[in-house]
Design a protein around this ligand. Sequence first.
Ligand code: ATP
Ligand code: MG
Length: 264
Amino acid sequence: MYKKEEIILQVKGVNLTYDRPILRDINFDIHNVTRPGMVTGQIVSLIGRSGIGKTQLFRILSGLLTPNSGTVCIDADLHPVVAGQIGVVPQNYILFNHRTILDNFKIGLRGAVEKSTEKQKEELIHDYAERFELKEHLHKYPAQLSGGQRQRVSILQQILTGHKFILMDEPFSGLDPVIKDKVLELMVSVASLSELSTIIIISHDIESALAISDTAFILANQKGKEGSTITETIDLMSMGFSWNPDIKQNKNFQELVSQMKFRM
Ligand SMILES: Nc1ncnc2c1ncn2[C@@H]1O[C@H](COP(=O)(O)OP(=O)(O)OP(=O)(O)O)[C@@H](O)[C@H]1O
Ligand SMILES: [Mg+2]
């Protein structure tokens, strides 16, 4: 039992051209999904091959890049997005190199929980750091971490800011399979922090993205047309694939994943 309620993010007629068209007439909506008696945030994926324009779309969605035409609107009042209103985890994540991991997290927390004491903030950070397997690294500097560890820091830092929308560009690259499953689990729990929490995953990792999404949009080229567009919407809720931690073992799900490779 679930319901697709009001639109909370709307992309309309987005076009982006550099020396050639990159993105062509991108349109999609993200709805607030509700389930009776449960707090249900949204996890939505944008899936596409390398070089198709995912990072450009990421920049447009986050308000960091203005498209040649079209709009991105967010929240119940659907106002145009402004940079800073959406939490972003970029493909080449940037951390403050002269601060420890703990201090990097504190920066993220600053705006989110103004009223809590230093002690409460540290407790919250320690709790999350434990779940992200970062606790022993809190007093190190970013340069002392591996790529995968830095990536988890970067994801957690955005979670701690308390933004309702968190946009992640290739969040699974550089993670080993065990950590990847943990990060997937964590994304699910972050999405269920509040009813309007929304995680948007931009990725070419079809299996990981589909495993935790309620909706996936495929970004691909259409024959004879320049620039990529949304060629397919996969409603994983109606297929019965959502909110199932063991979905990767499901035969029909595996079939969908292998088919998708030929559809992008
Ligand atoms: N500033 C720019 N000027 C001109 N072309 C650009 C610019 N930035 C990106 N492009 C082109 O836009 C296309 C899409 O790039 P983008 O980085 O969005 O791809 P992507 O889907 O994120 O790829 P990947 O999966 O490898 O990260 C590429 O062909 C790239 O060369
Ligand atoms: Mg990219």
